[in-house]
Design a binder for this molecule. Structure first.
Ligand code: HEM
Length: 542
């Protein structure tokens, strides 16, 4: 009888699995050591954990606390910080010039995040190819020219008047419209954040589709508008996944399906609205979409691209202006002497509401300073928007620091606008710093404020947005006296409620009753920054 010896099983499944894990672990370790000790950006200041991998950055992004976390890093490490293995964040005004003030050689947008959402057709805001963008922008620009804005003045005014009429109606009816709470015979509590959103969505809907979303009439969000809010959180996850190319490759299909499902309804309604506009013949009107319709007619642009660009106008041009308006009213309510000052300016300038128009609002210097100060303290786009040093460029200088090619560059609005090195009392609401009335604030770096960014990729809707905000705020404050309902509504502890909510419960922010009723409403994402100001004000009768 022979003896049988079994050879030890060297290749069992658990062993292969363990081997793969060890190799993967070693690779990660080597990469982390490389990022820390050998990477060309290793000498930039910043926390080691953020320099080693993108994980802390992605976590902060999906937590919706990115602007605040990066602000803390700037406070600790200075105006130039390494916030990821390949990313340098700048909170220095010189960066505007070096990154976005170079004309045709502005640093391009970073494809890894801007093109993360493959379900969306290319449009003016996400396209990264500079030449393609130049052509698209040239085609779109006439719709945003001064002449076109003047032609749109009546439309904007119509909705500003409707807002005033609706709110007046509520005062007279003692708050019985739209489910708002009744306080007393004379005073009505309204969620101004919602009403400003109704206004700006209606305006931009009309300018893009030739019909409004009917939000002001119905005191509610159109389902299409709700879908914009819902997509915010989804895109934060998609962008976070795209920060890790292997994850994106492995999960690309699933991510695509995930976001596509969320987008389907949105794109379907956009296409329907656009078809309706074309059928109704309102394509002859001069507005922000008219130049694109002409391009479609001349077969220079596809219907899909028309839809994608119109949809981006709505997303970019509504909630940003509404957030600023709500934020401004909030800060005025918190600073009654400033509120009185701005009301006095408006009410002494105009005798009746109809005088408040495109040209006349430009004279309201103090009110404009209030809007600027709001966009400083509470920027509607608070997060750095990534640009990249192009491959093959050999690198570039930003703020006197050399950056090798492929470095991701962000300018951090929130951190820059809250920096004590640039602003006296940065946390205080002081519009006088922009009117230069107060010598105490004479050294403030007001040129650092660029809420619409700058350069070739700046906001094309800047003038329209400014006009909407000025007109709406002037007419609103001309007509109504406002007061904060309750300290606890606006503030939790010593912080404004919208920041506390975001920091404490960054994802599950339950909307107040008139705001997407019954829905769990997700706060900020990377691209859609709804900071969730819930400004409740009491109107006195008018
Ligand atoms: C307070 C109001 C607004 C703010 C703070 C704001 C801010 C910005 C910012 C920061 C960008 C640069 C985005 C990036 O680099 O990816 C941008 C781009 C853009 N905005 Fe606005 N925006 C406002 C209002 C509007 C309005 C009313 C429209 C009208 C449709 C609009 C349409 C756009 C478009 C189409 C772009 C892309 C431009 C391009 O890449 O060439 N925005 N906006």
């Amino acid at each position: 009888m022979g003896l049988l010896f079994e050879a030890p099983a060297l290749c069992t499944t658990p062993r292969i699995f363990a081997g793969v894990l060890v190799v993967a672990g070693l690779c990660i370790l080597i990469l982390a050591l490389y990022n820390l000790l050998l990477h060309p950006l290793r000498r930039f200041p910043g926390p080691k954990s953020w320099a080693i991998s993108r994980i802390p950055y992605a976590r902060s992004l999906t937590n919706a606390t990115l602007p605040y976390d990066i602000d803390e890093l700037h406070q600790k490490y200075g105006p130039i910080v390494r916030v990821a293995p390949d990313e340098i964040a700048f909170a220095h005004p010189q960066a505007w010039k070096d990154v976005m003030g170079r004309g045709s050689s502005d640093l391009p947008k970073w494809a890894q995040t801007y093109l993360s959402n493959t379900a969306v057709k290319p449009h003016i805001q996400n396209c990264v190819d500079m030449e393609q963008h130049r052509q698209l922008r040239k085609a779109i620009a006439p719709g945003f020219s001064d002449a076109s804005l003047r032609a749109q003045e009546d439309i904007v005014e119509r909705y500003a008047s409707l807002l005033v009429r609706r709110l007046k109606g509520m005062c007279l009816a003692g708050g019985r419209i739209g489910g708002e709470k009744e306080r007393s015979e004379e005073k009505v509590v309204v969620d101004l954040n919602a009403w400003f959103n109704y206004l700006t969505f209606d305006i931009i809907g009309d300018l893009a589709f030739g019909e409004s979303f009917g939000c002001l009439e119905t005191s509610d969000y159109h389902p299409w508008v709700q879908s914009i809010f819902k997509m915010g959180s989804a895109s934060a996850y998609v962008v976070a996944a795209c920060l890790f190319p292997p994850v994106k490759t492995a999960m690309g299909f699933l991510l695509d399906r995930f976001i596509r499902k969320k987008l389907e309804y949105h794109l379907q309604i956009t296409a329907e609205l656009m078809k309706r506009r074309i059928d109704a013949g309102s394509d002859m009107r001069s507005d922000i979409v008219a130049p694109l319709l002409k391009q479609v007619e001349e077969n220079k642009l596809g219907f899909d691209e028309l839809v994608a660009n119109s949809a981006v106008f709505i997303a970019a041009g509504s909630e940003t202006t509404a957030t600023t308006l709500a934020g401004c009213v909030y800060y005025l309510l918190r600073n009654p002497e400033k509120l009185e000052k701005v009301k006095k300016e408006i009410r002494e300038t105009f005798e009746n509401e109809e005088e408040i128009g495109f040209d006349s609002v430009r004279g309201l210097k103090y009110m404009i300073a209030c809007l600027d100060e709001t966009m400083r303290l509470y920027p509607p786009v608070p997060t750095g928007l990534p640009r990249v040093v192009p491959t093959g460029s050999g690198g570039t200088m930003v703020c006197e620091r050399w950056l090798p090619e492929d470095t991701v560059v962000t300018i951090q609005p929130y951190a820059m606008y809250h920096s004590p090195a640039l602003w006296t009392d940065p946390e205080k609401f002081v519009p006088e710093r922009f009117t230069r009335e107060d010598p105490e604030y004479a050294n403030d770096a007001i040129e650092a404020l660029k809420p619409f960014m700058s350069g070739t990729r700046d906001c094309i809707g800047k003038n329209l947005g400014m006009f909407e905000m000025r007109l709406a705020l002037a007419r609103f404050l001309f007509n109504f006296d406002i007061e904060l309902v309750d300290e606890s509504v606006g503030w939790i502890g010593k912080q404004p409620v919208f920041w506390m909510v975001r920091k404490k419960e960054p994802f599950l922010h339950r909307s107040p009753e008139s705001h997407l009723e019954g829905e769990t409403w997700y706060t900020s994402s990377f691209w859609i920054h709804h900071l969730g100001v819930d400004v409740f004000a009491v109107f006195a009768t008018c």
